[in-house]
Design a protein around this ligand. Sequence first.
Ligand SMILES: Nc1nc2c(ncn2[C@@H]2O[C@H](COP(=O)(O)OP(=O)(O)OP(=O)(O)O)[C@@H](O)[C@H]2O)c(=O)[nH]1
Ligand SMILES: [Mg+2]
Length: 294
Amino acid sequence: MSFLSGFIAIAGPPNVGKSTLLNRILGRKISIVSPKPQTTRNRITAVLNGDDFQVVFIDTPGIHKTRTALHRSMVESAMAALQEVDLVLLLIDANRPNDPEIAPILRQLQASRKPALLVINKMDLGPPERALPIIEQLRSAYPFEAFVPISALRGDGVETLLKEIETRLEPGPQFFPPDISTDQTESFFTAEIIREKIYLRTRGDIPYACAVTVDRIEERPTGDLLEIDARIHVETENQKGILIGKHGKMIQTIGRAARLELEKRFGIRVFLSLNVRVEKNWNKDTRALRRLGY
Ligand SMILES: Nc1nc2c(ncn2[C@@H]2O[C@H](COP(=O)(O)OP(=O)(O)OP(=O)(O)O)[C@@H](O)[C@H]2O)c(=O)[nH]1
Ligand SMILES: [Mg+2]
């Protein structure tokens, strides 16, 4: 039997559970998740390896109306992913079947004519019947090859989804070494974990005003401690004040939550130093965006 492989994009409007699904499929946290929309800003690649197959999943930023250069870069990377893969999983939220952001994704699919599965997520939040009108409505908009209701959070339906994917894999090469589950660097993952803690602990425009870069990751020669220097870039002095918080309380909370998760992930004690820096209009300036990884 020949080796099977393929590239699969997980695409959809913001906040529908794309990153949750990626993590569920891989059985570990690859992509950060938060209750706020526009959490994922880059494409995140994850590799599912089997004895005779390899699936490369690409988690993409939620597709939405763009306002800033950052949004444009996010949406462009998601739209481009739709063109490049062998199969698209269009993920939608069962509670938001009329999400206005679905239409532009359907248009992109119609242009690329890629094979696609419609995955209806968050089925745990209501009765199963509510998937039916959604399927009825969307099957006339695009020739989806299958309709799969799931709960990415609880895992319901994910096995069925994986079976639907497996039957569509074609003979192909092993794109990544079999022991690799993501192409993210340690620095990128670290910056993302810090950004996730900001999303989970701040409100209003603060999470959206933040970008995180990692300047240094270094293991002490004694081998018992990882030293990490990271920078949080914000747009204004006011945001910097809020992020640091009274007597530094907010930044300490964020730092502690990130450190605990990084220690678990890297299996070593972590010393995390966070520095907040004002970089005016970073999310509107394409040069600054590139420097910050977008
Ligand atoms: N109840 C329920 N909540 C879910 C499910 N899947 C995801 N969520 C929640 O939905 C929120 C958004 O999840 P994400 O995985 O970050 O969504 P996303 O589509 O990657 O969002 P962006 O990266 O912002 O586009 C989080 O609070 C998740 O816990 C699900 O199956 N059921
Ligand atoms: Mg995401």
